[in-house]
Design a protein around this ligand. Structure first.
Ligand code: ATP
Ligand code: MG
Length: 555
């Protein structure tokens, strides 16, 4: 693992340090509150590493709480995937999983408390009228004609809402704050609305559901959260967060802190848009290896350590910015360069026949799994008269810069002998079909004795012992750095984002486990696909190339 052991420092941790030093808190309690309306993406991973990381480092605890107040958009499939992604990222939540819906009874009680204090009222304006009355940033709002109903009337109407006597959209509960506030969120925000929807946790018990702003602060307080960390778009909502907690009878006052969201180039970072890619079949599901989802990155071959390392490297600030894809890739490249065993795979095979090598002989070569790590051991690689090499590694003629196989010239086969190309067969279209070579039996593990210099080294796989494998080459999903700025992001999808090749891999890969990562010599880092690969049909996904091909220079 390339993660450094040092604790990250950021403005939130500085606040916590101060709160602990001042005795404001004696321990730290955080939470990660996803809405189960999609799979987690790398932006969520940033929030997970922040919230769970703080709990770990300060010996506090972090709750996993499903913010489940929108039954129509939510699904148990998402609940399950979120749990599994958090665990895979290496974190564990304190105690039971929490659901905002666990608090529906208490939330209802607090709503009744606000009504009783004259701080909330039942609204019967239409949604359009509510919007029109709200005003704009430059224009104050207008009070609703229903704003001054008596407490008794409001209590009775709220009870009717709860009993299903109002149709959806005909009534809602609003906080009575200030229709001329410069913070739009304080212009009598809606606290409860009517929804006749079956909820994945509470079934048909409720036909009124609390809004996010009302639910979130109360859930935090009920759980004793000390530092409620969220992204910057909720900055203004902090006024409402505080207003609710100040006006109900609850003895905990968590404080909300905001940091900037992660944005990543060439991809999208919104569950709504990612969901659109899935439902319109523009990708193959939430865990498509081109998706920026945790499950997609995992399937692509990212390790959880590399994602944690990425979150550490990007840090936590209040500045809006967009991270280059190369930063994410360099984290997995560093990890795999250090930890992934090497193997040989030919992605676009062309046959080589070594004419002076005995027919039917199988010579077993022992090749190191890692050039700098003897502790990773060796593997057996069979060498035979017929092998495959990469089509692009052969030319009939070439200048000195081409250090691969050329007619009449020598090249070393990785971990094996030096061979020389003698002649090549071609098909009618002029494509090379077979290359005939000779090998020098004196060159296994040593240079030719007469001092001939052989500079090039190419990879290869035995044609008789090698195993066919499907190789999936992934590239960025979009052709522009900021697809969300497009009117229609599906118009800027990269048509080359997936190329499927029929390759040949060395036999040691037959037993590779799902998600195992390898450096295929000279071609990149690959992993065993965790869904489609079977012992009969191996499937490898390219995680990332050996070098940064995203770098801006020469782009
Ligand atoms: P999306 O816009 O993708 O739907 P969201 O904020 O609505 O994201 P939630 O399920 O509400 O998704 O998010 C759970 C937590 O993850 C929140 O605290 C949110 O602030 C955080 N989060 C979401 N997206 C990002 C991001 N891009 N960077 C950092 N944190 C994020
Ligand atoms: Mg949300």
């Amino acid at each position: 693992m390339s993660e450094s052991e040092t604790r990250p420092s950021n403005f939130i941790r500085q606040i916590i340090d101060k709160d602990l030093a001042d005795g404001k808190h004696s321990s730290v309690q955080t939470r990660f509150p996803p809405e189960p309306n999609g799979y987690l993406h790398i932006g969520h991973a940033k929030s997970i590493c922040l919230n769970f990381g703080i709990a770990q480092d300060y010996k506090g605890s972090c709750n996993l709480r499903f913010d489940d107040t929108n039954p129509e958009k939510e699904d148990i499939e998402y609940v399950d995937s979120i749990k599994s992604d958090v665990k895979w990222l290496g974190f564990d939540w304190a105690g039971e999983i929490r659901y905002s819906s666990n608090y529906f009874d208490q939330l209802h009680g607090f709503a009744v408390e606000l009504i009783s204090k004259g701080l909330a009222y039942v609204e019967e304006l239409s949604a359009d009228d509510i919007r029109a009355y709200r005003g704009t940033l430059n224009e104050v709002g207008k009070n609703s004609p229903y704003r001054d109903r008596s407490v008794e009337e409001n209590l009775a109407l709220f009870e009717k809402m709860r009993n299903g006597e109002f149709k959806e959209g005909t009534a809602c509960l609003r906080a009575k704050i200030d229709m001329s506030s410069s913070f739009m969120v304080l212009r009598d925000p809606v606290l409860y609305r009517v929804r006749f929807a079956t909820h994945h946790q509470t079934g048909d018990k409720w036909c009124i559901y609390p809004m996010y702003d009302f639910t979130h602060c109360i859930s935090d307080a009920l759980e004793g959260i000390t530092h409620s960390i969220c992204t910057l778009e909720f900055q203004d909502n902090r006024r409402l967060y505080d207003w609710v907690l100040e006006n109900i009878t609850i003895d905990c006052q968590p404080h909300q802190y905001e940091f900037s969201r992660l944005n990543l180039e060439y991809t999208l970072m919104s569950k709504r848009k990612l969901s659109q890619l899935v439902t319109e079949n523009l990708v193959n599901g939430w865990d498509d290896p081109r998706m920026p989802t945790v499950s997609g990155l995992r399937r692509r071959g990212f390790t959880s350590a590399s994602i944690r390392e990425f979150c550490k490297r990007i840090g936590v600030t209040k500045q809006e910015n967009t991270i280059e894809m190369g930063s994410l890739e360099s984290c997995i490249r560093d990890d795999l360069n250090e930890n992934a065993p090497r193997a040989m795979a030919v992605l676009d095979p062309i046959k080589v026949i070594i004419e002076n090598f005995e027919q039917d002989k199988v010579e077993t070569l022992n090749i190191k799994n890692h050039p700098n790590k003897p502790e990773m051991g060796e593997r057996e690689v069979p060498f035979t008269r017929e092998i495959y090499i990469e089509r692009e590694d052969f030319r009939e003629e070439a200048n000195k810069k081409f250090k691969r196989l050329v007619l009449d010239k020598e090249v070393r086969l990785r971990g094996s002998y030096v061979i020389k190309a003698v002649r090549a067969d071609k098909d009618e279209a002029g494509n090379v079909t077979t290359i005939y070579c000779t090998y020098d039996p004196q060159t296994l593990g040593k240079n030719p004795e007469d001092g001939r210099k052989v500079k090039g080294v190419i990879h290869w796989v035995s044609a008789v012992k090698g195993i066919p494998a499907e190789i999936r080459l992934y590239d960025r999903l979009f052709t522009v750095p900021n697809p969300s700025a497009e009117e229609d992001f599906s118009a800027v999808l990269n048509p080359e984002s997936l190329k499927v090749l029929n390759g040949i891999v060395e036999p040691s890969l037959q037993s590779a486990q799902a998600e195992a990562g390898f450096q295929f010599e000279r071609t990149g880092y690959f992993c065993v696909d965790n869904k489609d690969s079977t012992p009969n049909t191996l499937v490898f996904n390219r995680t990332v190339g050996l070098r940064d091909t995203w770098a801006k220079i020469g782009d």
